[in-house]
Write a protein that binds this ligand. Structure first.
Ligand code: ATP
Ligand code: MG
Length: 258
């Protein structure tokens, strides 16, 4: 099921360090939300708070509320591992299990969840690889290692792995930053297709990419080094890029930043 996320008064800490302050925003379903802003403003930190990856760092904590279709993902009776299955993540560098076969990479999450039926695993592998626009390139070498694919193919493999467990939301942290322009366009096309079935949040340093793939854009900024990052403005992507309300947003997107 496709779900929405609502953040309310979210503050995020690494031990005593207050990294992100007072974020309130909504991420609608079947929609792409882009996070933009200068290095260190907390984009990755906010993204990781959305599927409880943040708390994997010792001393890290989140205050405020993050609701998935109205359910608090930080509620005491909610299991963090389950949240990470429901809200999948794709990282900056493609991180397939390099010696594991392409097929096994895709179904790794299902295997972990105890699925053993070969027919079911084969079906999920094919559906996920098709969903990630990779099937045609790998269908004749499903048993070859994932590490033997190109960077762009590896990133699509990671997307296939993420969608194999049928998450509700996909988080992507600079998914194209290690890729060449052609692979980048392939991932962007894929994001546009995936948004019909998923709620997507993408962090990007590439303004054109944010403008091309996202429906709404959130601009984060830092007052000063050592101060917490803040959500400065969030609006339809078109508005953010053509008519932002805050001068800092305009300065950032027009490259007049810092
Ligand atoms: N594991 C960590 N422990 C302590 N502080 C951290 C940790 N990870 C990030 N930070 C700090 O939190 C702040 C926000 O970092 P974050 O990585 O979220 O920024 P970002 O906007 O994603 O930057 P970039 O664009 O460079 O990826 C920074 O001051 C950073 O140094
Ligand atoms: Mg980051």
């Amino acid at each position: 099921m496709v779900k929405r996320l609502d953040l309310k008064d979210v503050n995020i800490y690494y031990s005593a360090f207050h990294a992100v302050s007072d974020v309130t925003m909504s991420v609608p379903p079947r929609n792409v939300t882009a996070f933009i802003g200068p290095s260190g403003c907390g984009k990755s930190t906010v993204l990781r708070s959305l599927n409880r990856m943040h708390e994997v760092t010792p001393g890290a904590r989140v205050e405020g509320s993050i609701l998935l279709d109205g359910e608090d993902i930080y509620a005491a009776d909610v299991d963090a591992v389950g949240v990470r299955r429901t809200i999948g993540m794709v990282f900056q560098r493609p991180n397939p299990f390099p010696t594991m076969s392409i097929k096994d990479n895709v179904v790794a999450g299902l295997r972990l969840a105890g699925v053993k039926d070969k027919k079911k695993l084969d079906e999920v592998a094919e559906r996920s690889l098709r969903g990630a626009n990779l099937w045609n390139e790998v269908k004749d070498r499903l048993d070859k290692p994932g590490g033997g694919l190109s960077g762009g193919q590896q990133q699509r493999l990671c997307i296939a792995r993420a969608i194999a467990v049928e998450p509700d939301v996909l988080l992507m942290d600079e998914p194209c930053s290690a890729l060449d322009p052609i692979s980048t366009l392939a991932i962007e096309d894929l994001i546009t297709e995936l948004k019909q079935n998923y709620t997507i949040v993408i962090v990007t340093h590439n303004m054109q990419q944010a403008a091309r793939v996202s429906d709404q854009t959130a601009f984060f900024n830092l007052e000063a080094q050592g101060k917490p990052g803040r959500l400065i403005e969030i609006d339809d992507t078109e508005t953010i890029f053509s008519n932002p309300k805050v001068k800092a947003t305009e300065d950032y997107i027009s490259g007049r930043f810092g």
